[in-house]
Design a protein around this ligand. Structure first.
Ligand SMILES: Nc1ncnc2c1ncn2[C@@H]1O[C@H](COP(=O)(O)OP(=O)(O)OP(=O)(O)O)[C@@H](O)[C@H]1O
Ligand SMILES: [Mg+2]
Length: 578
């Protein structure tokens, strides 16, 4: 029969063991002890007992402290913001705290014994193996950054710090790795570098725009002279004169050059624009016919309009220019056919939008999206499309000014644009124009065709001799009398001398000594109802700065062809006559 072994946890166990040991020892026979011996022994026993009780107390206290410190350690271990993994030499997980398991998105119980490598993205595994080797071979802390595969498939960037845990003989047996989820930090860094790049790109475009705008502005004046004289020449040459063809060629080339100049001015945000409250939905509806003509038969055009009001302050000619450019590009991107979708919507740019897109200002915007199902573009092409003269089209097919002018145009309207494109999948351009809710007037009155001839006297102030010369000729040939002034001060002097004769002031805005507006203000003090029309080749901001638009004053944009000049002069003279 098997003898029952006493349970070590039972209260009498220690006593039994002690008696057993006592019996085995050769102890003195108590019967033979003197009374004095017994007393001395009893005293010894009492002292021992007290000593034992004190030791017991001390032991209990240490046990309590140990317990508390263990709890504290566990709390720190389990609730630390850092994941802790204990790995063996093969990378198997021996222990992991709760945050560590959370980083991998897996329950702790399911991790024991699994290899950490399995949670490392394939292309980062060599880095992780090298990290482990360093930890076990070198006697110092090692670090590395990895991308981890999370259970929920969300990408996770992690920072690892590892040290070796050694056995009693100093041999590295385990790796203790602290793992920090740095995904948010990485995203913020990526976002910051994206925003920096966007800012750099925008600044770059702005400075190239300034240069292009400046060149185009000067070029504009020269073109005006070429165009004007060529037109005069043509009108003076008799039918059948072979030189007429030369003049026509000069006019055609100058007109093409003027088109390019206009694009460059638009890119440089220096194209004078005439802002009016306009309904974007209406502009697109009205242009559908023109846009459909631009596209080939194998390209479908689909429009979707929001039911909300889409009023913006814009120059409808410029908006049409934008639409036509984008449609032309979409057509060229769909050589085998496809679909172009134009949608409108009203969206709000808030902080979240601005943060996500890296552009914008808080407010409501009309959004026009242009999506094609064409060839799309690579990241490299996408990053350069707004640069002037950037084109992927063959020589002679594209100037690369289309999107540059669209970009400048949108910016000049206080708007924003961005592009999304996937090679082979198509492209979407989004244009955001600030929505207006006030000052939405009814459709503008129809323009009346005005006769061009006249007999009135025009005070013509323009500092460029050639430009002034050609304008004078054009006016005089149509019956007008012209008094010339070379700048603002000269204009005021000439007016004082001829004030009863002069019917109209035709002033350039930017002139030396006195601007056109300053000269007009001075003259108005002499004759308050004097009629005026300004001429500007400069940015609309300058015009507005000078209160010309605000005061409802008339102006015409350079280059002014002789026909346009005559039309404008007639219109200005007739304007206030009831
Ligand atoms: N919808 C689109 N799909 C694919 N690529 C596009 C699209 N729109 C523009 N691109 C790319 O951007 C480049 C620049 O366009 P942009 O309109 O400025 O010039 P272009 O069309 O080449 O010439 P231009 O408009 O002056 O005749 C194009 O050459 C093309 O590579
Ligand atoms: Mg184009």
């Amino acid at each position: 029969m098997k003898e029952d072994k006493p349970d070590p946890a039972s209260p009498g166990y220690l006593r039994c063991r002690a008696e057993e040991l006592l019996n085995r020892k050769k102890i003195r026979d108590v019967q033979k002890m003197t009374e004095q011996d017994v007393r001395a022994m009893a005293y010894e026993l009492q002292v021992h007992q007290i000593e034992l009780e004190m030791q017991n107390e001390e032991l209990k206290r240490s046990q309590r402290e140990l317990e508390e410190s263990r709890n504290k350690y566990l709390e720190l271990y389990e609730f630390s913001p850092v994941g802790y993994f204990t790995l063996d030499k093969q990378g198997a997980i021996l222990d992991v705290n709760l945050p560590g398991a959370a980083i991998l998105g897996i329950e702790r119980g399911a991790l024991a014994g699994r290899r950490f490598q399995l949670f490392v993205e394939m292309d980062c595994r060599p880095d992780f193996n090298a990290f482990c080797n360093r930890v076990f071979e070198l006697d110092s802390k090692q670090t590395c950054e990895l991308r981890l595969l999370k259970n929920d498939a969300a990408p996770c960037h992690a920072y690892l710090e590892g040290v070796a845990l050694c056995d009693g003989e100093g041999n590295a047996k385990q790796c203790q790795a602290a793992v920090v989820d740095i995904t948010a930090k990485k995203r913020a860094e990526e976002e910051e570098s994206r925003l920096k790049e966007q800012l750099f790109h925008a600044q770059n475009l702005a400075s190239v725009g300034k240069l292009a705008g400046g060149v185009a502005h000067n070029f504009n004046n020269l073109l005006m002279v070429v165009l004007g004289y060529a037109s005069l020449l043509l009108s003076e040459l008799k039918e059948g004169d072979p030189h007429r063809e030369y003049a026509r060629k000069i006019i055609r080339s100058s007109q093409l050059a003027a088109g390019l100049t206009q694009d460059l001015l638009a890119f440089g945000r220096k194209k004078p624009i005439n802002l009016q409250p306009v309904d974007v939905n209406k502009i697109i509806k009205d242009s559908e016919g023109i846009l459909a003509k631009l596209l080939r038969e194998n390209i479908g055009l689909r429009t979707t309009f929001t039911g909300k009001d889409c009023f913006v302050m814009a120059d409808s000619d410029e908006i049409l220019h934008v639409l036509m450019n984008l449609a032309t590009n979409a057509r060229d991107a769909m050589p085998n056919g496809g679909e172009l979708k134009i949608c409108t919507d009203v969206v709000r740019m808030d902080d979240a939008f601005i943060k996500a897109h890296g552009f914008g200002e808080i407010g409501e915007y009309v959004l026009v999206s242009f999506s094609d199902t064409g060839v799309g573009m690579s990241g490299e092409v996408k990053s350069r499309i707004f640069e002037p003269f950037f084109t992927t089209k063959e020589v002679g097919k594209g100037t690369g000014l289309g999107l540059a002018s669209v970009y400048g145009n949108v910016k000049q309207h206080g708007g924003y644009m961005d592009v999304h494109s996937v090679p082979g999948k198509g492209t979407t351009f989004n244009i955001y124009l600030p929505l207006i809710t006030q000052g939405i007037s009814a459709a503008k009155a129809e323009t009346v065709t005005t006769p061009k001839m006249g007999m009135e006297t025009v005070l013509l102030a323009e500092d460029e001799d050639d430009v002034r010369g050609i304008m004078k000729i054009a006016l005089e040939r149509n019956g007008y009398k012209v008094i010339e002034a070379v700048d603002g001060v000269d204009a005021v002097d000439k007016f004082v001398k001829n004030k009863d004769k002069i019917n109209l002031l035709f002033f350039d805005v930017v002139m030396p000594r006195k601007s056109g507006k300053e000269a007009y203000d001075a003259i108005q003090k002499i004759k308050s109802d004097i009629k005026v029309c300004f001429m500007t080749g400069y940015n609309d901001d300058v015009v507005r700065e000078m209160d010309i638009v605000n005061e409802g004053l008339d102006y015409v944009l350079k280059p002014v062809s002789p026909a346009r000049l005559l039309e404008k002069v007639r219109e200005a003279l007739d304007k206030w006559e009831g």
